[in-house]
Design a protein around this ligand. Structure first.
Ligand SMILES: Nc1ncnc2c1ncn2[C@@H]1O[C@H](COP(=O)(O)OP(=O)(O)O)[C@@H](O)[C@H]1O
Ligand SMILES: [Mg+2]
Length: 245
């Protein structure tokens, strides 16, 4: 495993008074899956946004391959291309087809001009189709996203993130909106693809029962801090619940 991303003592406040993230440090390694748990409002979404560079920390830094990419003063471009982000609610565009939604994921790599006029290179389209095939929704290529199920939308969001060739994927409330059977199917397929491509994955979710078998590492947040960590083989659901209280 190679360390890809490292948060060092990051602090964050929306209003300059109350700290929402209080001195969090964590390392994301290639091909590993991290699950972050915690009750609503503890700062999980905020933490992912800091990792992606959507928010800037007040203090501390985020390093990518030993180089500072995000701190109080700057957000370097590396964070856009290397880090895929799947927001809560998937961030898919209802009016577009499945294929178009996925191709949008190439925007960070393909020149903006050619993409805006809707003329994607043929190999990008092929790549999108290939990813959709691996995620088992290839038959929906030309269906509008407004007409597909929640599980299929989650797959579209994953496909779009993969289209970026990311080294890391951050997924907020991953599979939280799906029924238990669909959740498992989506998680299995996602985990397999991420491992094949050595992508480090960080998800926030409420499905603690999945942690022992799927997570390489779990972290529990409370009040803007990480109050509990455990690695695969040492993960017990009861510990997670008591750490969240
Ligand atoms: N844009 C914002 N402006 C001000 N406060 C916010 C904003 N987003 C979230 N918060 C506050 O930050 C805290 C953490 O929120 P969030 O990161 O969304 O938690 P979680 O994802 O764990 O539910 C909450 O108290 C929330 O109200
Ligand atoms: Mg959240």
């Amino acid at each position: 495993m190679t360390n890809l991303l490292e948060a060092r003592d990051i602090w964050f406040s929306y209003d300059g008074r109350n700290y929402i993230i209080k001195g969090i440090s964590m390392t994301i390694g290639s091909g590993r899956m991290y699950m972050i748990f915690g009750r609503s409002g503890v700062g999980k979404t905020t933490l992912l946004k800091l990792f992606k560079g959507i928010l800037k920390p007040v203090r501390g830094e985020i390093r990518y391959k030993e180089r500072t990419i995000i701190n109080n003063a700057q957000v370097r471009r590396d964070s856009y291309s290397a880090i895929g982000y799947i927001p809560q609610g998937f961030g898919v565009i209802n009016n577009l087809t499945v294929l178009d939604n996925v191709i949008v994921g190439a925007l960070s790599r393909v020149s903006t001009l050619s993409s805006l006029i809707g003329r994607f290179p043929e190999h990008e389209v092929k790549k999108a189709e290939e990813i959709l095939r691996m995620l088992k929704i290839h038959d929906l290529c030309y269906t509008k996203v407004s007409r597909i199920s929640g599980g299929q939308r989650q797959r579209v969001a994953i496909a779009r993130a993969l289209m970026q060739n990311p080294e890391i994927i951050l997924a907020d409330e991953f599979i939280s909106q799906l029924d238990p059977v669909t959740s498992l199917e989506v998680l299995n397929d996602f985990k397999r693809l991420a491992e094949q491509r050595k992508i480090g994955v960080v998800i926030t979710t409420h499905d603690i029962q999945l942690a022992p078998s799927y997570a390489d590492e779990v972290l529990v947040m409370r009040g803007g801090e990480i109050v509990f960590r455990a690695v695969h083989g040492m993960i017990d659901e009861r510990d997670l619940v008591s750490a969240m209280r």
